[in-house]
Design a protein. Sequence first.
Length: 274
Amino acid sequence: MYVFNFSNIGFRHINGRTVLQDYSASYIDNERTIITCADGHGGKMYIRSNLGSKFASEATINVLKRINKEAISKKKREITATSIRLSILCEWNSLVEQHLNNHKIRKKEIANLDDCQKFELSKRPRSAYGTTLTGAMAIGDKLIVVSIGDSECLGIKKGEIVTIFNNDDEPVGNVTYSMCQEDAFNHLKVSIMNIKELDGVLLCTDGLSTPYQSYDNLNESFIKPTVSRLKLDNDYSKIRKKIKSIAEKEGTGDDVTLSFMLFDHLKVKYYRRN
């Protein structure tokens, strides 16, 4: 299994002297492999979304680490999926609340907000941490995938992209579902499938997918060359270099994050780079 995650700040954020809003992580133990990818909203009101994306990744790993193989048997899948959704949101909210308790929102942080935005934050301070989330875990012969918002969660099968979730209900334009919403539970999706249904899982923020404009172009111009090169020379530095170039030169100026697991169903050796 090839495991990778990397995030790079975009040139719009560099020029605007703002911090990286994306966050990614990976985790491997003797039973499971987990990858995450989260995109902090970064809008004017989301003054701590860089932390929100970090907490989303941490919450996902913390929750998925507690899942055992027995919990994802056919009879228990629906119950487990519901439990995962609730647990990730509770974990994320707990991490946000802990941070808020230790680091109250300062006047300096909200100095550029208008009165309506300040009022909104005073009523719902966790909005400051707004973020999307995608994550995936391979455990035994099963794969668990979670997603909320417009970050991409894609399967790879025989060299082609497979959509794991139906995103027809996703808002259009610059609006997306978020971990900070009151009804986030209704929009956090979980899929449990057999791992052999796919050859890999790829998670990325829209900073990577948007410049390619379509899944076909993303697949032909980025995913296929990346997978082929990786399997040829096992060199992750070239992937990081390409992501850095998209973020800082070639793309829309947004932060760029890529996380993936590529399965070799004939081998069990792990290659991990981040």
